[in-house]
Design a protein around this ligand. Structure first.
Ligand code: CA
Length: 225
């Protein structure tokens, strides 16, 4: 597995490289600019520090997402909820707070890689890889969402959430089930993360009605109005 590690602290970087062991080939860069200059071709996962000397990690995350869907795990000493939510909004797939155990980090990497790999594989051979609801086409094979023919750019997590909620349009999905199924069971964030993703999806789709809130319960996939 090939990892791009963006970390300015040499001792933290050395610890991660050492801890990941031989099954991971790590490319290490210490700045945001170098991270953005690195080709992501063949990179399976990006481990991204937020406190970088030249730019904020959340900005690096957003820049990467403009051109790549490579999974990103933010690895940061900043455990504040605002940083977590912002990172996830910028397209990160998971968030690990320093100090962390290497076993935890490896488990997160494997979980994110599994989720990212599972989506296209699961639909292979299936005749129904795309569904259209009220002009919204969700193509799980191509990992694309189009609204009335216009592509909507979703982060990998937003895409997963849309796929999940649109499995059974109109059905109410409970918050805890969404967090369990779309995020991992070891996800320790609060449901504010979920709200941030829902808000981002609604904004991108141009209407809050696409995902209706069911007070005290969860969410239901709706339509444009
Ligand atoms: Ca740092």
């Amino acid at each position: 597995m090939r990892v791009l590690l963006v970390e300015d602290d040499p001792s933290v970087a050395a610890g991660i490289i050492d801890g990941l062991g031989i099954s991971f080939a790590v490319t290490h860069v210490p700045t945001g600019a170098q991270a953005l200059a690195t080709s992501l071709e063949g990179i399976d996962i990006i481990l991204l520090d937020l406190g970088l000397p030249d730019m904020d990690g959340t900005d690096v995350c957003r820049e990467i997402r403009k051109g790549s869907q490579t999974p990103i795990i933010v690895v940061s000493a900043r455990g504040d909820e605002i940083d977590r939510v912002l990172s996830l909004e910028m397209g990160a797939d998971d968030y690990v707070v320093k100090p962390f155990g290497m076993r935890e980090l490896v488990a997160r990497i494997r979980a994110v890689a599994r989720r990212t790999a599972a989506a296209p594989a699961a639909s292979e051979g299936s005749s129904e890889t795309a569904r259209t609801l009220h002009g919204l086409t969700i193509d799980t094979r191509a990992q694309r969402v189009e609204l009335n023919g216009e592509e909507i750019h979703l982060t990998p997590k937003e895409f997963e959430l849309v796929v999940y909620l649109s499995e059974d349009p109109g059905a109410v999905y409970r918050r805890q089930d969404i967090l369990h199924d779309v995020w991992d069971t070891n996800w320790y964030g609060t449901s504010k993360t979920l709200d941030a993703h829902i808000a981002a999806i609604r904004k991108k789709l141009g209407s809050a009605n696409w995902i209706e809130s069911v007070r005290g319960v969860g969410f239901r996939f709706g339509g444009p109005s």
